[in-house]
Design a protein around this ligand. Structure first.
Ligand code: G3P
Ligand code: MG
Length: 420
């Protein structure tokens, strides 16, 4: 018993925390202790670890990031304890954020350092991560919008998209396309790429965009909105053209977006998000609402039977939760490789935003029959005292309270009593 005990946990501890780590945290006894696991000795008092590795939890966690684990770039106080406890108990979790703007590997590295918890990309999902599966556009020319500099282009290229253009590239090549960002051209030039084709009056030679992806919160709403509108009103996504089908009453959607214009993808519907400022800040959802307003002003909008056709992913949308559940189950299989983990019965979704985290978990009907249990924390968008716009299954103080609540509810702590 003792050697199996030491070996399996020693391997886990070294895999999770590295040879010299001492950061295992025991929720039940609230005590950090130095694991002499690396050298294969441990105290009888913590026998419960062995019982745990024998028991595969039928529950897991999905943690939101902004407002739950960090506030803008600062780690929230008890985030480290919450995640390192779960790692010590081998209770699976994924990080599921509507944020993004950097490649998953870069963001995971940053977050690991901030939270002092080893993390990796196998259980990490950003708003645009599902775009990596859109293979039909990887050989086409796509426009990627949002984020700092051209970081989102780099992400798209690492997802395998071969020809990626940004609004900044277009502005640098054609400053007249949006005169009000002329003062920004010097900074755009630092990350701009030459266009494969210029915009010109000869449609056959002009630059064509086959799909538009909003990867992250746009920084220059005016420029981004103008070029997106130019593409949605164009013929076949050819910049510099206007579709003759626009405003044709005989056509569906009054002829708008009926001329092979590029599809428009948004990765994050959040109107507000919890940043450093004490009040929530506008997010990508704010930009989309502005686009909706412009589209209505241009086309007449719903009154004229016109809608802005788009695809939105991110929390609370079904596709993002389905994607997250797939990733969580794959991660769980790997974590309990060879132990036949069985069905995942419940996922605790811990979030700060009623409109995305909570609504998404409440509405998600898992194709696998897993229950998604929503827990709202008070460390982000949600302000204590106001009724949440979407009712969670539980409201707690912070992420560690959420973990404590969930493991108690799952009766996890009781395992070793039954074994003793
Ligand atoms: O831009 C990020 C923000 O919308 C929310 O991120 O981690 O709270 O889903 P998160
Ligand atoms: Mg959040």
């Amino acid at each position: 018993m003792a050697s199996i005990l030491n070996n399996s946990i020693a391997k886990d501890a070294i895999r999770l925390f590295g040879k010299s780590s001492s950061r295992l945290f025991c929720l039940r006894c609230e005590r950090k202790y130095f694991l002499a696991l690396a050298n294969g000795t441990t105290s009888r008092r913590h026998l419960h670890e062995s019982t745990i590795s024998k028991h595969v939890p039928d529950f897991a966690f999905a943690f939101d990031i902004d407002g739950v684990l960090v506030r803008s770039s600062d780690p929230l106080p008890r985030a480290h304890k919450a995640l390192s406890y779960l790692q010590s108990q081998r209770i699976p979790f994924i990080l599921l954020t509507n944020g993004g703007g950097k490649h998953e590997t870069e963001r995971v590295e940053e977050l690991s350092k901030k939270l002092e918890v080893p993390l990796d990309t196998s259980n990490f999902i950003q708003s645009h991560t599902p775009f990596a599966d859109l293979n039909q556009y990887k050989e086409k020319t796509v426009m990627v919008v949002g984020g700092d500099e051209d970081k989102c282009r780099v992400v798209a290229e690492r997802y395998g998209f071969k020809s990626v253009v940004t609004p900044g590239d277009i502005l640098v090549a054609h400053p007249e396309i949006w005169p009000f960002s002329a003062h920004l051209i010097p900074s755009y030039k630092e990350h701009a790429r030459a266009l494969t084709r210029q915009i010109c009056s000869n449609a056959d030679e002009s630059l064509r965009i086959d799909a538009i992806f909003v990867y992250n919160d746009p920084r220059d709403w005016g420029l981004d909105a103008t070029i997106i509108l130019d593409l949605l009103l164009s013929r076949k996504g050819i910049l510099g053209t206007i579709s003759s089908k626009n405003n044709d009453k005989t056509l569906p959607n009054r002829g708008y977006q009926q001329d092979s214009q590029p599809p428009l993808y948004f990765s994050n519907p959040d109107l507000w998000w919890a940043a450093k400022y004490h009040l929530p800040r506008l997010g990508q959802g704010g930009f989309r609402e502005a686009m909706e307003g412009l589209w209505t002003a241009i086309t007449g909008g719903r009154e004229k039977g016109v809608e802005l056709k788009k695809e939105i992913i991110g929390k609370p949308y079904f596709k993002t939760y389905e994607f997250a559940e797939k990733i969580l189950n794959r991660y769980r299989e790997e974590l309990f490789h060879g132990q036949a983990p069985g069905k995942l019965s419940r996922v605790f979704m811990v979030g700060d935003n009623p409109e995305s985290d909570i609504r998404g978990a409440n509405n998600f009907e898992s194709p696998l029959g897993t229950e998604w249990f929503s827990i709202l924390v008070k460390t982000g968008v949600y302000e204590e005292g106001e009724p949440p716009s979407c009712e969670p299954k539980a409201i707690v103080g912070d992420v560690l309270d959420a973990v404590q609540f969930a493991v108690d509810k799952s009766g996890w702590r009781d395992i070793d009593k039954s074994d003793e």
